[in-house]
Design a protein around this ligand. Structure first.
Ligand code: ATP
Length: 263
């Protein structure tokens, strides 16, 4: 985004790595990651299956401690789960006995034991923004997969996190729903900027949504490149037919499928 705050380092990873298996003959999941996420930027992460994308996300969230290097947010080391981080996974795991609105408000209730009228108003505003205004009183099983995933996103946004970590959030959705929900996410992000790290297996989705695309190598995952997506915003379906879109997607594809050619 062209916001003055955008150029400030926000999340910093210095020489970050993680190994699940202490046996030194087994390669680490990820290693030597140097990365700076700027405030309010949208960064997508792509890379071969098993290259450590989720491991990277979990270290930024504070859910997983790096076994090498350090993660910091605004200069403060991350040493455990943080309040200013929202996470959206592939499946929204809604509570089936609670309405959509109550599902969205559940983390507040769980954390503080209560929520205010202001929180309810904000939940309704976010549901409206996500196209779920008339579904607040419905139960999760009355919603399509795409709508359930939107509820999961709204639930993460209600806590107004500075950082939104999304781990293949749309991969369970059909192609059309996926494209639409991507544009809706961009609309919400443009109105309420956050630093977003978005893991996807779709190169096109990464280029369509992100300001920059982090390309990871196969295990042990390292940074192969950080590609600036110099496509104008707002992004629309027309963005996909822009020649530059094709060039950027091709460049990333080469990294993933022909890493020897790319390097
Ligand atoms: N809890 C764990 N214990 C042991 N190994 C793990 C654990 N979690 C992940 N791994 C291994 O670490 C590597 C990186 O896993 P990770 O899930 O971070 O990759 P990924 O890029 O997100 O994969 P995918 O694209 O398939 O979702 C993989 O080889 C995986 O098998």
């Amino acid at each position: 985004m062209s916001d003055t705050a955008t150029n400030r380092p926000f999340v910093t990873l210095t020489g970050v790595g993680h190994r699940y298996d202490p046996n030194p003959s087994v390669p680490p999941a990820v290693t030597g990651i140097d990365l700076v996420l700027r405030r309010h930027e949208f960064v997508a992460v792509v890379g071969p299956s098993g290259c450590g994308k989720s491991t990277l996300l979990r270290m930024i969230s504070g859910l997983l401690k790096p076994s090498e290097g350090a993660v910091s947010v605004f200069g403060r080391p991350v040493d455990g789960p943080r309040d200013d981080v929202g996470i959206v996974f592939q499946k929204p795991t809604l509570l089936p006995w609670l309405s959509v609105r109550r599902n969205v408000l559940f983390p507040l209730k769980h954390k503080f034991g209560r929520y205010s009228k202001g929180d309810e108003k904000r939940a309704d505003e976010l549901l409206e923004m996500a196209g779920l205004g008339s579904f607040a009183e419905k139960m999760p099983d009355e919603l399509s997969g795409g709508m359930q995933q939107r509820v999961g996103i709204v639930r993460a946004l209600l806590l107004n996190p500075d950082i939104l970590l999304m781990d293949e959030p749309f991969s369970a959705l059909d192609a059309m729903t996926r494209e639409q929900i991507g544009f809706d996410l961009l609309k919400i992000w443009e109105e309420q900027p956050k630093t977003v790290l978005f893991i996807t297996h779709s190169i096109a989705e990464a280029v369509l949504l992100a300001d920059r695309v982090l390309v990871m190598s196969k295990r042990p995952g390292t940074v192969l490149d950080m590609i600036e997506v110099d496509l104008p915003r707002p992004r629309t379906t027309r963005t996909i037919s822009d020649a530059r879109f094709g060039e950027l997607a091709d460049r990333i594809r080469t990294y993933i499928y022909e890493p020897d050619v790319a390097s």
